[in-house]
Structure formats: C-alpha cells, structure tokens
Design a binder for this molecule. Sequence first.
Ligand SMILES: Nc1ncnc2c1ncn2[C@@H]1O[C@H](COP(=O)(O)OP(=O)(O)OP(=O)(O)O)[C@@H](O)[C@H]1O
Length: 256
Amino acid sequence: MLLEVNHISKEYRSGVIRTRTVHAVQDVCFKMNEGEIFGLIGGSGCGKTTITKMILGLLKPSEGSILFEGRDLTKLRKKEWKEVRRDIQVVFQHPQMTFNPRGTIRFACTEPASNYGLVKTREERNRLAEELMEQVGLTGDQLKKYPHEISGGQAQRLSIIRALSLNPKLLICDEPTSMLDVSVQAQILSLLKSKHREQGLAMLFISHDLEVVQSFCSRVAVMNEGRIVESGTVKDVFSNPQHAYTKKLLRSYMHY
Ligand SMILES: Nc1ncnc2c1ncn2[C@@H]1O[C@H](COP(=O)(O)OP(=O)(O)OP(=O)(O)O)[C@@H](O)[C@H]1O
C-alpha cells in the first residue's frame, strides 16, 4: 500500500472574541495503491485542500494517521520530512504561485533537483533545464524568462515536469487544470497520463471537474462537508451512485 489515510479530522478555530470552530475534515479514510490514480471530488469548501495540506505535512491532523509506505507522516521529524517530500510532490491550481517570481524559468526548472543535490554543477543544471523544457515542448530561449512572462498552460506543464524531476512516487494534483482553457487542459492531462504510464506514478487527483475525473481516475471518493460520503471504482460510482449527495453531484453533470 502506498498511502493509507486513517480516520483523519481537522478543525480550524477562528475569531478572537467570538471563537468559531470549523470541522473542515471529519473522520476521512482512504487508501491508494502504488501507481494508482485516485480521484477526490466534492463541492467548494468540502475539505479537499485541507486533506492535501495534511498529506504534505503543512497541517497536522487533529486526529488520525497518514501512512506513506507504512511510515506515519503525522509523527515525522523535520529532517525525516525532507526525505519523504521527495517522494510526495504536489501540483497546485495556480502554478505561477509555486515559482519564485524573481527567479528565471531556468532557476525554477532546476530548483527542486538542486535542493536535493541531484544536480550540482552549472553544466548539470543547464542540461537538466534544457531536458525538462524539451519534455514539455518549450524552447531554450524561454529559460531566460520570468514566471509571469509565460502562459498559464506553460507554467503548469513546467510545474509538473519539475515536480517529476525528483522521480516521486506520489503526485498530488490539486485542481491542476481548473484555471486553464479546454485545449490546454488536454495537454496537461496527456502529460500526466504519459508520466503515469512511463514512471508508474501514483496520483491523488483532486478536482471538481467530473468529466476529467471520470476519464482520468480508476477509483474515486466523494466528499461533502468534510466527510467522504461514498467511494469505489469510477465505473461503479458514476454508473450507480448510492449516496444522495453523489446523485445530486452527478445529476448536474450527466442529467442523472
Ligand atoms: N485557515 C483556515 N481557517 C479557518 N477555516 C478554514 C481555513 N482553511 C479552510 N477553512 C475552512 O475549512 C473548510 C474546508 O476548506 P478547504 O479549503 O479544505 O476546502 P476545499 O474543498 O479545498 O475548497 P475549494 O474547492 O473551494 O478550494 C471550508 O469551510 C473553509 O472555509
């Protein structure tokens, strides 16, 4: 088993005078096999990003455990996290935000591999940058540009390819195509699919785009108000939804 999310919950407390508790994630469980593409769907505010942040160690669950290859991520020390984070990479909705705005594309491409000492010399960095650019169909002269000077689709392709330069076992895709127009979406999905095939990459694919999830994922979990209300193979969930919320979600998608 690659990832086991066991009964995790997360509460946020906000407000100073009138404190308010938001139960963002409640008793969520799911498992992912090596090389699997697992979809997480649900409406806005249902807790998808909170789950992502907990898997990445950016937030600590209030309860529960997250096992990655059998290691409990909620108990790792900072130094141990650096090792694990090489195996768990993430692609966000807004790729530009993941790049340092003052660094060139050349710097952005090679930053993760440099941080892990995979490329050391200037020549190695340049070679890697050119290789990565080629893989996403960008030309060498774009290496001198800054992140804001390339298109959203180009930036997303780069953020994927640079995350994959570390050869991770799990890629978390948090709404990776929702800001892009349809033709660019297709390019991103085909890039992800080919990496899944070539590298046996597992993906946790978070999206509210049911069409994409249906064509891309093998299993899916449906979230509503912080809880998983239903999960199963994409085929079963989409053809025979059991929970009222799933039926409602699918009705708007395929006139169920
Ligand atoms: N830092 C925070 N403080 C207080 N409440 C928060 C915080 N972050 C998220 N929440 C609340 O927790 C709930 C879950 O948020 P989360 O961002 O995980 O949902 P989501 O499914 O990713 O939503 P979206 O699709 O809109 O990004 C929401 O009600 C949100 O308002």
